[in-house]
Design a protein around this ligand. Structure first.
Ligand code: FAD
Length: 449
């Protein structure tokens, strides 16, 4: 049977499935075939013409099982989609087929008051999940700067870290993800509960090796974070202060450092444009006076911006992580970005890169915990001067000792450390033996023969 016939038969089978909405309008197919890949001028031409042939929205796990079985029966690819805020075409259907929206699977199934562990369906938006956790005195440990719209399933399958990484490291660190419910893509598919060891292989696998229908996460005690900015005239002074704060006992949820040329490229609500570099901090209220003392002794100018208002979308969170790229590109689309872990000591490497690349490179740093140690990650803005120049810059960053996480590639491996994770491939053998889930995104699977 050809693909066209297979799709007709699949559509017919799916139209009989209860609690499954089908969308076939060209505008819907187009809208649900994109994510934020336009941040990469390398990926845009590769991905912009990819289209789903059918979009579906299941409301129950039973409907997901029927969908997975039907896709297996008719050998049609299935790509999962949360809100579609991923940056690397993670939920773009490279080979067409069906796109499944997770938005209607959004229940918080359980919360354990004794441990703080929450079990939630993948389509739950992180803002809603965090709000609910706060009613119980807890909060999410980690979230992306897109937390107001992005789903928890999309974060686990596609994200890596973000707000909270200064303390809690990265999503794949043991202790965050404690288990999952997964639907395999097989005939007569039935959901299965898997423990945290087995779930590791589905964490940051772009939905290539199982359909997550629920996940259990550890949470943190809730803190009403306070917003602070510190302006520093010299870059070295700002880095030194950031590192002193990281080494202190002050409880931090975010520490973002923006090089001065970024300030003029941020929205007006981001604060005054000055001739200094700006450190943005979310700090526990009991750390405020210590922070003031450290900023003063470093010669920085501190502004107390008050307690965070989580109902307002114009907070420091929306100036951190990839939101800086979003803001810069809103007015100057000729910029793109890179992601890396800086080598230690950071200053000489950054100075050498700056000297070579001048104003085509603007530093944006984030404090992170990497394998238990405070480190500086960078998401520098990069002026687009063509692919060859970008490759040269990436080469220079690696030569300076940085660990690069290339945001201009489509596979799980190439966006990470470049190596195939045998457990991810083994999980795909188990949960997707025909290779129909988000095909083209797991290099280890495509190279297995
Ligand atoms: P989607 O983009 O819809 O999907 C992401 C991946 O998850 C896809 O591969 C998809 O197939 C898979 N997936 C979705 N649901 C399931 C499921 N149920 N089962 C299996 N696989 C599934 N990322 C960060 O890590 N940290 C940041 O700070 C950050 N900041 C960002 C800022 C901006 C401005 C932008 C545009 C992006 C940012 N991102 C960041 C990337 C992205 O926003 C996050 O990773 C977000 O959590 C993705 O959620 P989503 O619902 O949009 O997922």
């Amino acid at each position: 049977m050809g693909r066209a016939e297979a799709l007709i038969a699949l559509r017919q089978a799916l139209s009989a499935v209860p609690d499954l909405e089908l969308f076939t309008e060209p505008a819907e197919l187009q809208r649900h075939s994109r994510d934020a890949f336009e941040y990469s001028p390398v990926l845009t031409p590769q991905l912009q013409s990819c289209r789903a042939e059918l979009v579906v929205r299941p409301k129950t796990v039973k409907a997901v099982e029927r969908l997975a079985s039907a896709c297996a029966d008719h050998q049609v690819p299935l790509t999962l989609r949360g809100t579609g805020t991923g940056n690397y075409g993670q939920c773009v259907p490279l080979h067409g087929g069906v796109v499944m929206l997770t938005a209607a699977l959004r229940q918080i199934r359980s919360f354990d008051a004794a441990t703080g562990v929450v079990t939630v369906e993948p389509g739950c938006v992180m803002r809603d999940l965090d709000q609910e956790l706060r009613r119980h005195g807890r909060q999410l440990r980690l979230m992306p700067s897109t937390w107001r719209s992005a789903t928890i399933g999309g974060f686990i399958a596609g994200g890596s870290g973000g707000i909270g990484s200064s303390r809690w490291g990265f999503l794949r660190d043991p202790g965050h993800l404690l288990g999952m419910e997964v639907v395999p893509l097989r005939p007569n598919a039935q959901c299965r509960q898997i423990d945290e060891i087995e779930a590791e292989a589905l964490n940051h696998a772009y939905g290539t090796n199982g359909i997550i229908t629920a996940l259990s996460l550890a949470t943190a005690p809730a803190v009403h974070w306070h917003q602070v900015s510190v302006d520093c005239d010299r870059w070295e002074q700002a880095i030194e202060l950031m590192q002193r704060i990281a080494a202190s006992a002050v409880d931090l949820h975010l520490a973002t450092l923006l090089e001065q040329p970024l300030l003029a490229r941020l929205p007006t609500w981001a604060g005054p444009v000055v001739s200094a570099h700006r450190l943005l901090l979310l700090v526990a209220p009991d750390g405020l006076t210590s922070l003031q003392r450290m900023a003063q002794s470093a010669g920085g100018t501190l502004r107390d911006l008050g307690p965070e208002d989580l109902s307002c979308a114009h907070g420091l969170r929306e100036l951190s992580w990839n939101h800086t790229t979003l803001h810069v590109r809103a007015s100057e689309p000729g910029w793109t970005y890179l992601q890396m872990l800086l080598p230690q000591p950071e200053l000489p490497a950054m100075a050498a890169l700056k000297q070579r690349w001048g104003d085509a490179l603007i530093w944006h740093l984030e404090l992170v915990r990497q394998q238990g140690c405070a480190r500086l990650a960078a998401l520098p803005l990069v002026r687009w001067q063509g692919e060859e120049q970008l490759c040269r810059l990436m080469h220079d960053c690696k030569a300076a000792g940085a660990v690069l996480f290339n945001p201009h590639v489509i596979t799980v491996e190439d966006g990470g450390l470049g190596v195939v994770d045998a457990d991810q491939v083994a999980a795909k053998h188990h949960f997707d033996p025909a290779g129909l889930l988000n095909p083209g995104k797991l290099r280890g699977w495509d190279e297995r023969l």
